[in-house]
Design a protein around this ligand. Structure first.
Ligand code: NDP
Length: 278
C-alpha cells in the first residue's frame, strides 16, 4: 500500500492534492473532464470513469501530458448496479487506498413537461442517486483509513424546485437528503471523512447548453472555473459549495424568506413558448 499523507488537516490550497488518489465519475466530458485536467495539473493520481471508452482514453492521455502522477480509466454505465463496485475495486487494486471520491456523472434526462414516464424516473434514480450511494459505501473503508473526502456534485434543482426537470430534480434532492444525513452520522461517530455537496447554477457544458439555452434567459458560468471550485471545496473539506456563489446563495436565501416571490421569478426566467411538449 502507498503511504500518502491524510487530507484530515484542512489543506490551505489545492496544491495539497499532489500525490492524492482521486476517482472522478462522469469524466469523459463537461465539468468532470475539466476536473480531471485540474487534478492532473495538481499532480494527483487519477481513476476516471464514464461510458465512452474512446473519450476517456483521450482525457487520460491529456491528463498525463498535463502532469498527472498517474491516470487510468474504467468504462461502464452507472445504470448497471454492479458497476459502482467495479470502479472502487479498480482503485483498491491499483492504489490500495483512496483519498477523494468525486461523484459527478448524470444519466440522460429530458428538459420538458413531465410526461408521466415513471420508468424513466426509476432509471434516473439508479444512475444519478443510487450509484452515488453504492460508490460511497464501497469506498468508505478506504476513505476512513485515509481520512478522505466525498465530493457530491448537485444542482440548484436539488435545492429549489424548477420546472421541466422533475425527474432530474428528484435525484438531486435525494442526494442532499442522503449525504446531509450521512455527514451528521460521520460527525457523531467521529468518522473523519468529509462530505462536500456542490450546488451548481447553469454551467456552459456542451450538454447543458444544448438542452436548455433555447428556453432560459441566464448566461452560463464557465465550466473550467466551476471544476476548480469543486476541487477546492473538496480539498478544503467544506460542507457545501455554492457556484456561482452570489447567484446560488441569493436564491437559497430567497427560498427560505420569500418562496412565492422566488417561484414567480423562476417561472419568469423561462421562455415557455420555446418548450415543445414531447
Ligand atoms: P455532462 O453531460 O457534460 O457529463 C455527464 C457525464 O456523465 C459524462 O462524462 C457522461 O459520459 C457521464 N454519463 C452519462 N450517463 C452515464 C451513465 N449511465 N453511466 C456513467 N456515466 C454516465 O454533464 P455536466 O458536466 O454538465 O454536469 C456534471 C455535473 O454537474 C452533473 O452532476 C450535473 O447534474 C451537475 N450540474 C451541471 C449543470 C450545468 O449547467 N452544466 C448545472 C447544475 C448541476 P458518457 O456519456 O461517456 O457516459
Amino acid at each position: 500500500m502507498q503511504a500518502v499523507p491524510a487530507l484530515s488537516s484542512a489543506p490551505s490550497s489545492p496544491e495539497m492534492l499532489r500525490g492524492k488518489r482521486v476517482i472522478v465519475t462522469g469524466a469523459s466530458s463537461g465539468i468532470g473532464e475539466q476536473m480531471a485536467y485540474h487534478l492532473a495539473r495538481m499532480e494527483a493520481h487519477l481513476l476516471l470513469t464514464a461510458r465512452r471508452e474512446a473519450k476517456l482514453q483521450k482525457v487520460v492521455e491529456r491528463c498525463l501530458e498535463l502532469g498527472a502522477a498517474s491516470a487510468s480509466y474504467v468504462s461502464g454505465s452507472m445504470e448497471d448496479t454492479t458497476f459502482p463496485e467495479v470502479v472502487v475495486k479498480e482503485a483498491e487494486n491499483t492504489w490500495g487506498g483512496l483519498d477523494m471520491l468525486i461523484l459527478n456523472h448524470i444519466g440522460h434526462s429530458f428538459f420538458n413537461y413531465f410526461n408521466g414516464d415513471v420508468g424513466h424516473v426509476r432509471k434516473l434514480l439508479e444512475t444519478n442517486f443510487l450509484s452515488y450511494v453504492a460508490m460511497t459505501t464501497a469506498a468508505l473503508p478506504m476513505l476512513k483509513e485515509n481520512e478522505g473526502s466525498v465530493v457530491v456534485v448537485s444542482s440548484m434543482a436539488g435545492k429549489i424546485g424548477t420546472p421541466f426537470v422533475a425527474p432530474y430534480s428528484a435525484t438531486k434532492f435525494a442526494l442532499d437528503g442522503f449525504f446531509s444525513s450521512l455527514r451528521h452520522e460521520f460527525i457523531i461517530d467521529k468518522v473523519n471523512v468529509s462530505i462536500t455537496l456542490c450546488i451548481l447554477g447553469y454551467i456552459d457544458t456542451e450538454n447543458a447548453v444544448r438542452a436548455v439555452s433555447h428556453a432560459i434567459r441566464d448566461t452560463p458560468a464557465p465550466k473550467e472555473e466551476c471544476a476548480l471550485e469543486i476541487i477546492k471545496s473538496g480539498a478544503l473539506r467544506q460542507r457545501e459549495l455554492h457556484y456561482p456563489s452570489w447567484v446560488v446563495g441569493s436564491l437559497v436565501l430567497l427560498r427560505d424568506i420569500a418562496p412565492d416571490f422566488l417561484d414567480r421569478s423562476i417561472r419568469s426566467n423561462y421562455k415557455v413558448e420555446n418548450i415543445k411538449r414531447t
